[in-house]
Design a binder for this molecule. Structure first.
Ligand code: HEC
Length: 94
């Protein structure tokens, strides 16, 4: 029983690791990584700083996706809304 639980946890952590990895690849694919890095400032702020600054704001992901899509106040992104949401959800976990 205990080993089943441990196996389950191992699978769950693998899955989470996989999701984070996929989102990071998406950020690269969408070009975000040209101007942003996870933990240092490039042309844009570090994703970790963005996450820390907006942690308390549950509407932040939606607002940021809108900003990225419209290109007002941020260089416009050609990535799909679903991809932008995926990337922003990942950013907020950093
Ligand atoms: C051409 C460079 C460039 C690219 C490409 C870029 N960014 Fe940015 N980003 C910036 C700069 C500069 C800022 C800081 C000024 C601002 O907010 O516009 C910023 C700010 C941000 C912010 C904070 C905005 C806010 O108002 O809180 C988020 C979130 C963000 N970027 C996400 C992304 C994501 C996700 C991508 C990829 C889809 C991306 N950026 C691609 C340059 C870029």
């Amino acid at each position: 029983m205990k080993s089943v639980l441990i196996a389950g946890l191992a699978v769950a952590s693998l899955m989470f690791g996989g999701v984070a990895h996929a989102s990071e690849a998406k950020a690269t694919e969408a070009g975000c990584i040209k101007c942003h890095a996870v933990d240092k400032k490039k042309m844009g702020p570090a994703f970790k700083d963005i996450a820390a600054k907006n942690k308390g704001n549950k509407d932040y992901v939606a607002a940021a996706v809108k900003k990225l899509q419209s290109g007002s106040g941020h260089p416009k992104s050609a990535a799909s809304e679903a991809d932008l949401k995926l990337v922003m959800d990942w950013v907020m976990t950093l």
